[in-house]
Structure formats: C-alpha cells, structure tokens
Write a protein that binds this ligand. Structure first.
Ligand SMILES: [Zn+2]
Length: 302
C-alpha cells in the first residue's frame, strides 16, 4: 500500500488497448493467429501459479508492482495472489518512484547484456552525469565511457543522446512524465518517434513505468511461449507480442510477464538451450513448465 503513484489518467484511458476499432488497426496490431486459441485465461492462471510456487515473486519487480493498485484483489478467493501480495508488501519499499525517462534509458541500457551489467552501466551514467541535461551537454565519448560495462556502448550512447536531443527539441525539456497522461496507442506513437527505441522497449516502459497492461516479449518470454505452445512454432517475436497481448487477460499480464521472464533467465530447460529430446530426459521436477512443454509437443504434432 506504500508509495501510491499519482495517476492523473481520466478513466477513458483505462480501456484495454485491444478495443475493437478494426478500421484503425494497423497491420502490426491485428491478431496474427486468430485460430490459435492458446493461451486461455486458465492456461495463464495455471502457469502463473506454478511459477509463483516455484520462484516466488521476483523481488526486483516488486517496486513496480506496488505502483499498480489494480492488481490488488479485494476478495480473498485467490490464494496465490494473496500470498503474493504479502510477499511483495514485505519487501523493501524505500525506493523513490522512477521517472519515465530514467526507466526508458534503463531499458535501452539493458539490451543485449545481463541485468547486473546494465544496472551498473545506469548507475555509472548517473554518477558521471547527475542530470539528463549534463548528459546532453557531454561529449559522446565520455558518455560512452561511463556505460561501457553494459556493452554496445557506442550504439547505446547514440540512442540516448538522440533521445535527449529530440526530446529537448520537441518538448523544450528533458522529461517524459507527460506520457503518464496518454493512452497506450499514444505512448507507442510518441516513443516510435525516437530512433532506436524498439517495440520491446516501449512495451517495458508501458508495463513498468506507465502501469499499463502490456505484455513485452523479450527473448526469454518468446522462447517459453513457443515451447509451451502459446504461439505457433513459426511465430516471430513481433507476432508473439501481438498474439499474447490479445490472449492474456489484462489483470494477469504484469505478474505473468515478470514470472516468465525470471523463469527464462533461470531455467535452461524450457528455452532453446535444451532441445525437446533433452527436455524429456531432464524432467526431474525442477522445471514446472516441462509438463506443459510435453503436452504441447504432443498436441501440436497431431
Ligand atoms: Zn523451465
């Protein structure tokens, strides 16, 4: 209950993004697999509950979950969520709310590296340049040096500098808080104006910083979604993103995403690191998703 975020959104903007307005849907937003009827809401709940029992709720996402009052049930009939609430509430809640711009830059720095390295790069950047104005005024080379430990430093530097100068030009200040008052589609349109900000980064900002019900598909989530048959085998990441956002109930998206992401990082067995053949051999109960993988292979082969 701590750290309530000040949401200024009018109720109108709380509508789900998949609201039928087919004439306005772009090709990217159309359901790519309308006859692929998985996951069902039941599938989503079952996987959430298995992963929650297996890993607990990942503590690094707790502060973002506390900012989402809509995820707190008023009734007591959902036992796993009530225990999740207790575990999240007991975690450290001292942290100050992250600005949208900080969140976006963190996402940029997290590309193609480990979480430890990307967080270190972010913290080095912040200590070298206390404000975003300082970053914008700096020599690109010194920005690059400060984030080197996160990998792809030249590319990430140019993405961040470009983001800051575009923002300064368009809005007259280095602040993205105005995105909090926009709808999902408006946020996507705004962020797509910045070079180098891809759909996964946008989806992460929507979910973590703007408290929208969006379901980012990173490489872990993508591999698991294919392994458990939530998308057809030939699906690519963008189609998987659209399909899962259509299929997964809004109220389950945040928890399920954090849990699948965490599982994908920790588990070698249900992502492509292990072949189907190995999966069966390794089914020693250490991965709660293996039963779903085997079921899926059998069902998909018929
Ligand atoms: Zn697994």
């Amino acid at each position: 209950m701590q750290n309530p975020r000040k949401r200024k959104q009018p109720p109108k903007q709380l509508k789900p993004q998949s609201e039928p307005k087919s004439s306005k849907l772009t090709k990217e937003q159309q359901e790519p697999y309308p006859t692929h009827l998985r996951p069902t809401p039941g599938d989503c709940r079952a996987i959430r509950d298995s992963l929650l029992a297996h890993h607990g709720f990942p503590p690094e996402f707790a502060k973002y979950r506390r900012g989402r009052p809509s995820l707190r049930p008023d009734d007591d009939d959902d036992k796993s969520i009530n225990s999740l609430e207790k575990s999240v509430a007991s975690l450290d809640s001292e942290e100050v709310e992250e600005s949208v711009l900080d969140g976006l830059v963190k996402m940029v720095l997290s590309q193609n590296t480990t979480e430890v390295n990307s967080l270190r790069a972010f913290s080095n950047l912040k200590s070298a340049f206390p404000s975003w104005e300082d970053v914008l005024a700096a020599e690109p080379k010194s920005v690059e040096n400060s984030i080197r430990c996160g990998g792809l430093a030249p590319r990430k530097t140019s993405c961040i500098m470009n983001l800051l100068s575009c923002l300064q030009e368009r809005k007259g200040k280095l602040c993205l808080e105005y995105l909090r008052n926009l709808s999902v589609d408006e946020v996507k349109a705004e962020l797509s104006l910045f070079k180098g900000i891809g759909p996964k980064t946008v989806a992460c900002v929507l979910m973590f910083n703007l408290q929208h019900d969006d379901f980012p598909v990173d490489t872990h989530v993508f591999e698991i979604a294919k392994a458990i048959g939530w998308v057809p085998g030939e699906a690519d990441r963008n189609k998987t993103y659209v399909h899962l956002n259509h299929r997964i109930p809004d109220e389950l998206k945040f928890d399920l995403n954090c849990l699948l992401y965490t599982h994908g990082k920790l588990c070698q067995r249900c992502t492509k690191k292990g072949s189907n053949h190995k999966k069966k051999e390794l089914n020693d109960g250490s991965c709660p998703l293996l039963t779903y993988c085997n079921f899926t292979v059998a069902a998909a082969d018929k």
